[in-house]
Design a protein around this ligand. Structure first.
Ligand SMILES: [Zn+2]
Length: 402
């Protein structure tokens, strides 16, 4: 399995200048290649290949006065830029042929794009120094915060600058053989609660942790402050940067929360079932905002790959029927209930059911998991609203071997 690992990097002032130059050169080559393809199309000629473009737009261009500065950055970065354009075109044509979701034609890149990136492959001879720095050709040894251990040695590194002006080194690595966890007997269904981030079939209700809620509050405040600033003013520029930062912090906090919770659930449970919400379909409903905000699909994707990696069973249940209409104890369907109804008594078996937990048990049962329905029943005092911040915090460990 391949996973992406990202680490924050802290380039010095001169390294930032060099990176800006690399971003710029990669962008110019990308745009030159896009223009070359458009010219070929308009002339009814076949598209130039990556090899031809590389010769023309990199090797030969470096010898012209207009593009001589391309020599100041690693050639690999420029070649990767051509490959990116090639991939963008392939995806675009595959979309037209119906092989994947339709997407727009590749567009020219701008200096004002919020995300800038360059990629170094093994050919670029990038390295991690014995001191744990990231050695990038024509940029230098950049300080890295190694927040996790890499499971294997990557061949490629992408350096990214985000909209908040932060730099990251991003690696795609093979996770190698799965790391099986000790077997457990616990099997669990998870439902997306309306009032909670998730509700488990054992009755646990999980809310967003405080560090995430605080970051979200901070973002809202920054956004309000931005909207009050006069257009074109210096203060507005400052406020915009603050919003970008607050946004980045929310994104990070949310990812941390998803990692902690998914790791905890995978450790605890041998089998996990979730309801496939088909978020796209929900986008038109009033649920949309809460679903997107909660980042449910990103969380489910984490559960899925962690399950695969640790030898757990993961099942996605289609939206088979409204899970709130069926009693999870006796299975009798007793009709829809308005959203404000949080608990009710099953007329067939007399069980007192909690709306969210009942749904979670139904999800688990639909996946064929052996859960007891007791979690769905209301038992005051037995249903802790867990914060679930007890995830693992791996010690930072520098990558030394190359
Ligand atoms: Zn019942």
């Amino acid at each position: 399995m391949q996973l992406r690992y990202s680490f924050r990097v802290y380039p010095s002032a001169s390294q930032r200048t060099a990176l800006t130059r690399a971003f710029g050169c990669a962008r110019v080559v990308y745009n030159d290649a896009l223009r070359a393809r458009e010219v070929a199309r308009d002339a009814g000629l076949p598209f130039p290949t990556v090899g031809e473009l590389s010769k023309r737009l990199i090797t030969k261009a470096k010898k012209t006065p207009e593009r001589a500065w391309l020599a100041e950055v690693s050639t690999v970065v420029l070649q990767q830029s051509l490959r990116d354009l090639d991939a963008a075109y392939r995806n675009f044509f595959d979309g037209l042929k119906g092989r994947r979701p339709r997407m727009g034609a590749p567009r020219y890149k701008s200096r004002k794009d919020t995300r800038q990136a360059v990629r170094f492959t093994a050919n670029a001879r990038w390295a991690v120094t014995p001191g744990g720095k990231l050695r990038l050709p024509k940029i230098g040894d950049v300080r890295v915060k190694w927040s996790r251990r890499l499971p294997s040695v990557p061949s490629t590194v992408t350096v990214v600058k985000d909209s908040a002006g932060r730099y990251f080194a991003s690696f795609v690595v093979d996770t190698g053989p799965e790391e099986a966890l000790p077997q457990t007997t616990s099997e669990i269904g998870i439902d997306l609660g309306l009032g909670h981030f998730a509700v488990l079939s054992d009755g646990r209700k999980i809310d967003s942790p405080r560090f995430l809620r605080r970051a979200e509050k901070h973002l809202k405040k920054a956004q309000r402050s931005l909207s009050r600033k006069e257009k074109g003013s210096k203060n507005r520029d400052k406020a915009r940067i603050r919003v970008a930062w607050a946004h980045a912090r929310v994104t990070d906090a949310r990812r941390d929360f998803h990692h902690q919770l998914s790791t905890q659930l995978i450790r605890e449970s041998q089998a996990i079932a979730v309801e496939d919400l088909a978020v796209k379909g929900l986008a038109r409903t009033r649920l949309a905002k809460s679903v997107h905000d909660a980042g449910w699909s990103a969380f489910v994707a984490m559960l899925e790959y962690k399950a695969a990696r640790h030898g757990r069973t993961f099942t996605r249940i289609d939206r088979f029927e409204p899970t709130s209409q069926v009693c999870s104890v006796c299975g009798v369907k007793d009709g829809p209930k308005p959203l404000h109804v949080r608990t009710w008594t099953c007329k067939a078996c007399g069980a007192v059911l909690d709306r969210d937990a009942n749904a979670a048990v139904n999800v688990a049962k639909a996946a064929g998991l052996a859960v007891t329905a007791c979690g769905a029943q209301v038992r005051p005092g037995l249903v802790p609203a867990q914060r679930s911040e007890a995830g693992t915090h791996p010690k930072p460990q520098p990558l030394t071997a190359r």
